[in-house]
Design a protein. Structure first.
Length: 453
């Protein structure tokens, strides 16, 4: 067994990933007698729970992002490196970033997860997921471009396809997206167009299980569905998507197969671990589950390597109730803090009990004045749930300026029903495109080549 903990400073801790797990590990080690190196391919920490608000124009990317160097600037024992880890040499205890080898005594891997299409990766072209800033900007582009395209379309059938939004996955992300798009169509954009009535927008939320928000208590799932229905969202459970192609979504409900014409399909159905799980498996022989998550020990280390820890969405921790912990921010945060504390204890020749996740509950926003909150011992819905949702998300934002900006923006949105970040940007902005009414596809104004949306 490899175990390099010793009392000869400086003990080198390398953290791969600046998400919730990696960031909270680094912050907890801020005053420890160790040298910390945080490596991330992005120079910022992203508050993923609010990505859907970027995708629907309520917030801008900078509102929910914090530069890692700024967040960790007061941690004098910590440096930040911008780069992508290519490999891990577990025997030499080095991580490879480009052509540079960075040594470690303790390694914390917290590279998260990405969306999974369950083996149908070609669907990603037609149905973007929501894990990164780029995903949110692309999703925002598609949502608002759909309304612009519908405004120009004269064929009622094609216009209906532009005004039909299909969201695959009835978890918190799917529910929040559906509610936000419904508010866009019914309130924010209602007076902005002349040729279309945005309240004619169809929003379909598809879930394979028998209810939306499966991790929540059944009564909160029912409340969420009722709230979405009041907003005009069509919720379809026990529904499996069998194909997404050529602006058609093929569904299977029992023995019945349906096709829905939609120009905007959004994916919120599943995730898989980042590629770093495979890198670790090849380097250490550690076992990974079907989703690519690394099987970890009760202390979040990996088998045979007491100085390598895997936390957050990349870890499969099944020691608490026999099931992997959910891929949510509180899990990653608590795991990061635990591993950092464990490192400090070991350097003092002390021990720490196995990791135990303190479930702080689940939350989902449905729309203005409507949210569901499941704390286990107490369940909230409606306005009170919405208020708790707001307070908790403000609290967990990393920097004070983010908290202030988001709070002001939410207050403004609440009273004006306006969303000021409704920008169409990304691969092709609408100013660079013209709608080809004959085929109803996007074409470049310069070369007339079809562009996939």
């Amino acid at each position: 067994m490899v175990n390099s903990f010793d009392n000869n400073p400086p003990h080198k801790v390398v953290v791969i990933g600046g998400g919730f797990g990696g960031l909270y590990a680094a912050k907890t080690l801020a005053k420890a007698a160790v040298d910390v190196t945080v490596i991330d391919k992005r120079n910022f920490h992203l508050f993923q729970p609010l990505l859907y608000q970027v995708a629907t124009g309520a917030l801008s990317p900078a509102d929910i992002s914090s530069p890692l160097r700024s967040v960790l600037s007061k941690s004098k024992n910590t440096k930040v490196l911008l780069g992508e880890v290519n490999d891990i040499d577990s025997e030499a205890q080095k991580v490879l970033v480009g052509g540079e080898a960075i040594p470690y005594d303790t390694l914390i891997v917290a590279t998260g997860a990405k969306h999974s299409y369950f083996g149908k990766d070609n669907w990603e072209e037609f149905a973007p997921g929501l894990k990164t800033v780029e995903d949110a900007i692309e999703m925002r582009r598609r949502i608002f471009t759909a309304f612009e395209a519908a405004e120009k379309e004269t064929d009622p059938v094609k216009r209906r396809a532009w005004l039909t939004f299909v969201i695959v996955g009835g978890g918190p992300t799917g529910v929040e997206l559906a509610g936000a798009i419904a508010e866009l169509a019914n309130q924010t954009l209602k007076e902005d167009f002349r040729n279309i009535d945005t309240t004619d927008t169809r929003i379909l939320l598809l879930e394979g299980m028998d209810r939306i928000l499966p991790p929540f208590a059944p009564e909160l799932s029912q409340e969420a569905e009722a709230s979405l229905t009041r907003l005009g969202v069509i919720v379809q459970t026990k529904t499996m998507v069998t194909n997404i192609e050529n602006d058609l979504v093929t569904l299977k409900q029992g023995d019945e197969v349906k096709e829905i014409a939609s120009k905007t399909v959004l994916w919120a159905a599943g995730v898989k671990a980042s590629a770093m799980g495979k890198v670790l498996a090849e380097s250490t022989g550690v076992e990974c589950d079907r989703a690519g998550r690394v099987i970890v020990e009760p202390d979040l280390s990996i088998k045979g390597y007491a100085n390598i820890f895997v936390i957050g969405d990349l870890a499969n921790f099944s020691h608490q109730n026999g099931k992997p912990l959910p891929g949510v921010a509180p899990v990653a945060k608590q795991e990061g803090e635990y591993v950092a504390t464990l490192i400090k204890k070991r350097l003092e020749d002390k021990i720490l009990p196995p990791f135990y996740y303190n479930d702080q509950g689940s939350l989902a926003m449905i729309g203005q004045n409507h949210a569901v909150v499941d704390f286990g011992f107490i369940k909230l819905k409606g306005f009170l749930g919405w208020l708790f949702w707001l307070l908790i998300h403000i609290y967990f934002l990393i920097e004070f300026d983010n908290k202030l900006v988001v709070m002001i923006q939410w207050v403004w949105n609440y009273f004006t029903r306006n969303r000021g970040a409704r920008l169409i940007t990304g691969q092709e902005s609408l100013t660079q495109l013209e709608i080809d009414n004959s085929s109803n596809s996007y074409t470049s104004a310069n070369n007339k080549q079809p562009i996939n949306v």
